[in-house]
Structures are given as C-alpha cells and as structure tokens.
Write a protein that binds this ligand. Structure first.
Ligand SMILES: Cc1ncc(COP(=O)(O)O)c(C=O)c1O
Ligand SMILES: N[C@@H](CCCC[NH3+])C(=O)O
Length: 427
C-alpha cells in the first residue's frame, strides 16, 4: 500500500461509463466531487458470494461501516443480506433501511450500556461479545428487560493478517476479541448467565486480506476450539467468520482471492460443523463498485514536482492519507495524450492531502474529469467536512440510470447545530 511507485500501463485506461451511465454527463449534471456506485456490480458480488456458499446454512451480514448509505443498505436488505453493526447509529440506519432486526449482528469493543440496551429492545440477532465486562453488562441489561440475548465470543486467534497494521485486528496485541483461554472460562461460567445464550464463536482478523493463509489459520484455531467446546458438552450453533476479503486497488498488482476459494477454506476448516455460518464482508461487496469522480482544478508546476490539484480531497477519501493506500486514478475521456508524472493532491491545507505520488498519467488540463477507483468502501463512509468542505453527493447507478442517494451537503447543513456562545451556564 504505497502511493509512491509508478503506475502500470493499464492502470490509466480511460473509463467513460459505469453501469451504462455516461460519467461526463453525470458529472456535468451533479457536479464533483461525486461518489458513484454501480448497483449491478454490488449485486454481482453478493450473488457470487451467495453462490459460493450454496449448500451451507450461511448468511451474509454486510459490515455497515464500509458503506452506510441508506440506499446501499436497502439494496443489501433486498438481496437477503443482513447487517453487521458497530454502533447505535449503524443500528438505526439498518432498521431505517428496512433490515429486519433478526438479520442484525452487533460487533465492537466499546458497545456502551445504552447501545446494548437499544439493540436488546429491538431484538437483534446476536451480540459478538469482546470482553468479560461486556458479557456481564449484556446479562444485566437482558435480565432487566426480561429477554434472552444470543451471544458469540469474539476470539482473538493471534494471527497475522498480513495487511496494513492499522486495519489488522486478529493479533494478540490488538484490542479486539479475547483469548481462547478467556473464552473457555466464559463457556464454563455460562450457566450463571441466566439471560445470555452463549452459543456462538466469532472471529475477524483484519481487512484487505489478499491471501487465504491468514483466514485458514484463524479458522483452524476457531475449529479446534469449537470441537473442544462440543466435547465439553457445550453447543455451538453459530460461527461467525467475520469479513476481511481484500479487493483490487491496483490493477495488475493486487490479486484478491476468489470468493469460491475463500469459501473453500471455510468449508475445509469447519468440516463437520453443522450449525449456522455468518459472514461479515464489507469492502468485498462494495469497494470496486464505487468511484470518486473529480475534476482537475489546475496543474501546478511546483518547485520540485508537478502537482495535479483535484477538487476532491482527503476529506472525501481518507484512505491514501491515512494508510498510504493506492487507488488507481484514470481519466474519463479516452482522448490520447502524452504521459507525464504528477503528484495528485487535493485542496486541503495538509501535505498529507495527497492521493498519489509520482503517478504516471496522461497529461491533464484544468477541467478534466478523473475517476479515483475502488472507493465504494470506506470512502464516503469515512468522509468529513475538514476545511469546511461540504460532504460530497453520492449516486447509485443502475443499467443506464442514476439516483442521487445523498445530496451534496449545503453550507447551512454543515453548520447546523453550531451557535455563538450566548448562554453561559455552570455545571
Ligand atoms: C467485526 C468486523 N466485521 C467485519 C468487518 C468488515 O471488514 P471488511 O470490510 O474488511 O470485510 C470489520 C472491519 O474490518 C469488522 O471490524
Ligand atoms: N477503514 C479501513 C478499513 C477498516 C476496517 C474496519 N474494521 C480502510 O479503509 O481500509
């Protein structure tokens, strides 16, 4: 994941349309920066994964954090996909989009008592529990409501996912999950939990994983533990294998694993398991379906480098500044132009507001339309209004048509809730 190396020849092949929608016309109509998602591509990903899972009692729970737009969640719900949430905000979005509560699972190390109580009230499917304190809180709140909460112990298998350190979650030094030893104690004490049905295991070792080995290792550890629990007389009715499947950010360089191979590893590692399987992919379902359309504001010959200044910035897409992530950037027009090298930057006042360094591109001029590719996951979802830049619009494309699914933020919306300090109070 470094934006500094040189692009391969095919990474700047122009792309004029997505899902049969003409991108130049779309940008002219809706303005830029603009997040656009192909619904056909998302449906294809869902269908492919569902097909790979055929014959298994498996349900996909989309990791909402990857793209929480209501229209995306609605598309997921209509395709029979549930939601993996990590906050009450994601819970409310999922319900709002029509996701049935029994298709919602709740993960995360910092679920507050209010969030747990709220999720219990609506009757979500399952809590992926990440600490003993959370387990006891769940018991207390479920008892208070007179309900039984279904729970899975999130195992930290101490496996290196070989991904960026900031998105690795399955090593013992990470904050996520508990050791198998601790989970074993939870199951042993389970009878004391009158209002928690602890009958599941959960594992999620990180994101943007491009090889099968880390998945295999993690699942083998989970499988060993599941067998041990069964032998000790416990029933494990649900195993949640998390998400993490990687995607292609750099044509010709990234080689993601195929859904069928990934599911093959699950089948093999969990051979003999007859309970329910849960999967929580986020990025895999939406990343490559999305692009960020942006216009060149100007070409700036710098002192040492030549800068291509875009109207999109780190507030619209944080991944390059946060993780040094590579995203292919291509022109929309296929007009033939000589190649040159740019540092591709946004207007935000930080050197970190850089999408690519030393990137080989066709020469650009002010007004040119470009695509930053594979931005459907953790793009708009991580956007901010830094530098008082309004949140970009989002549009869903479908076979030649488009629907605006988030309008561009107005200045008034950006400052709503702020006010001059008129009323000074004491606590
Ligand atoms: C618990 C959990 N499940 C699923 C996901 C989705 O991950 P990805 O988008 O890599 O599939 C995440 C984020 O990494 C997560 O924390
Ligand atoms: N935000 C990260 C992924 C985080 C995964 C969350 N569990 C990214 O853009 O790659």
């Amino acid at each position: 994941m470094t934006p500094t190396s040189v692009a391969t020849a095919h990474s700047f092949v122009a792309q004029a349309a997505i899902d049969d929608v003409d991108l130049a016309a779309l940008a002219a109509r809706l303005g830029t920066p603009l997040h656009a998602y192909s619904s056909s591509a998302i449906r294809q990903r869902i269908g492919g994964l569902q097909a790979a899972l055929s014959g298994l009692d498996a349900t996909i729970f989309f990791a909402v954090k990857a793209n929480p737009n209501l229209a995306i969640l609605q598309l997921m719900a209509n395709a029979g996909v549930g939601a993996d949430i990590v906050s009450v905000g994601e819970l409310r979005r999922s319900l709002h989009a029509g996701m049935p509560p029994e298709r919602i699972v709740f993960s995360g190390v910092g679920k507050s008592a209010d969030e747990i109580a709220g999720a219990l009230t609506v009757g979500i499917h399952r809590f992926n529990v990440e600490s003993h304190d959370e387990l006891l809180t769940l018991q207390r709140l479920a008892k208070a409501q007179g309900v039984t909460a279904r729970a899975a112990a999130r195992i930290n298998p101490d496996v290196d996912a070989h991904t960026h350190a900031k998105i690795s979650t399955g090593k013992s030094e990470n904050k996520f999950g508990v050791s198998i030893d601790e989970a074993r104690r939870w199951f042993a004490e389970h009878r004391q939990l009158s209002h928690v049905q602890l009958d599941g295991l959960h594992v999620h070792i990180g994101s943007q994983i491009l090889t099968l080995e880390p998945f295999r290792l993690a699942l083998q550890r989970v499988a060993e533990f599941w067998r041990e629990l069964e032998q000790a007389g416990h029933t494990v009715t649900s195993i949640d294998v998390g998400g993490g499947l990687g995607v292609c950010y750099r044509a010709g360089e990234d080689h993601p694993v195929a859904a069928a191979d990934y599911v093959g590893v699950i089948r093999e590692a969990l051979a003999g398991y007859r309970g329910r399987l849960l999967l929580e992919p986020g990025r895999y379902l939406v990343a490559e379906a999305g692009v960020l359309l942006t216009r060149v504001i100007r070409v700036k010959p710098g002192i040492e480098r030549q800068f291509l200044v875009l109207d999109a910035a780190m507030n619209d897409l944080q991944r390059p500044s946060l993780y040094d992530a590579w995203h292919d950037i291509v022109p929309v027009s296929d007009e033939s132009r000589p190649l040159t090298t740019y540092d591709i930057v946004g207007p935000v006042c930080e050197t970190g507001d850089t999408f690519a360094r030393n990137r080989v591109m066709p020469e650009c001029v002010a007004g040119d339309l470009l695509l930053i590719k594979a931005t459907g996951a953790y793009g708009a979802s991580m956007a901010s209004t830094y530098n008082s830049r309004p949140l970009a619009a989002e549009v869903l494309l479908n076979q030649g048509r488009y629907a605006v699914v988030r309008r561009r933020q107005h200045f008034e919306e950006m400052i709503a809730g702020e006010q001059p300090a008129r009323h000074w109070e004491t606590t």
